[in-house]
Design a protein around this ligand. Sequence first.
Ligand SMILES: Cc1cc2nc3c(=O)[nH]c(=O)nc-3n(C[C@H](O)[C@H](O)[C@H](O)COP(=O)(O)OP(=O)(O)OC[C@H]3O[C@@H](n4cnc5c(N)ncnc54)[C@H](O)[C@@H]3O)c2cc1C
Ligand code: SF4
Length: 330
Amino acid sequence: MQAFKYFQPKDVQGAMDLMRAHEKAMFIAGGTNLLDLMKLHVAEPEVLIDINALPLRTMQMRNKRFFIGALALNSDVAQNETVQRNYPLLAEALLAGASPQLRNMATVGGNLLQKTRCVYFNDPTFACNKRNPGSGCSALEGWTRQHAVLGTSPHCIATHPSDMAVALNALDGEVVIQGPTQERRIPIRSFHLEPGDTPQKETVLNRDELILGVELAEPLKGQTSRYVKVRDRSSYAFALVSAATVLVMDGSTIRESRVALGGVATRPWPASSAEAILKGGRAEDAVFQKAADAAMQGAVPRKMNAFKIDLAKRALRRALQEASSGQRWG
Ligand SMILES: Cc1cc2nc3c(=O)[nH]c(=O)nc-3n(C[C@H](O)[C@H](O)[C@H](O)COP(=O)(O)OP(=O)(O)OC[C@H]3O[C@@H](n4cnc5c(N)ncnc54)[C@H](O)[C@@H]3O)c2cc1C
Ligand code: SF4
């Protein structure tokens, strides 16, 4: 790991000033991702701005919306009473991620910005457009079992690893961001970017911006949800595929739906074509199957990851079945 300067500002303004003053600075929260990348020489910040002393750990109702601070720990969010009552999908997704020890360190902001687990990204001896723009993509002709089938480009096929971000996409969350002069809000569905020809740019966040937290609207009457994650081991493993579903039910009719997929795409993947089929449909397997087919339409498999297409469809069908027969809000 290369030497770095270390600062621990006490307020948001102090953190922003430090970031502006140092060109090769990075924020650090739980450090569960960034420290690993520093040890691997994938990230080499000259300055670390430790944001743990900032007042961004709280979770509270604000104007009928639930605000979760960027420094709230993944374990605290999963155990929060309001989250368990109103947004059980979020708790399920968080508890399906990492291990208890990691969740006790990992923060909401860091989780949204964690880097891909593409093995070639994590090893600086390989060409990787995301780590070193223009160098090429070693995965294209390499080991692709973990890689994406949706949202890929000829420049990058890496999956986004966050379970929490998939749940937030299905919950229509909003990311609250502190910019140099003012706050701005971005719907989570527009926060992460597809790689296109700039895979190094993963979100709309600028270098001099800080995530303050995420905000969620109140659930609707009849709302129900489910997160299904399929992985190689029953814990402590990233998703091969995952499906987050939110349904608003009126008897056995689906009034509204939100669907997002993980493990299959270069970003947390909002499946709007599946949502269009579900809206107004009956909660029955034929409709779920049609929605799952629509969600995976346009998938482009590589030689080792074609299995993800069928696996994702089955995970989504199961999530829809279980959500529609689960407890409803209100
Ligand atoms: C072995 C292992 C298994 C894991 N399994 C899973 C899994 O199954 N599912 C899953 O979803 N995750 C998993 N994770 C990832 C884990 O959830 C993330 O590492 C963690 O959420 C990152 O949060 P952090 O606070 O530690 O971030 P850090 O490592 O501190 O930071 C990550 C990035 O975010 C930036 N950052 C942090 N906070 C802010 C902020 N407020 N504003 C702007 N920038 C910020 C940092 O500069 C850095 O670039 C796993 C991790 C490990 C090590
Ligand atoms: S898939 Fe993306 S992250 Fe992986 S080697 Fe290719 S460019 Fe790098």
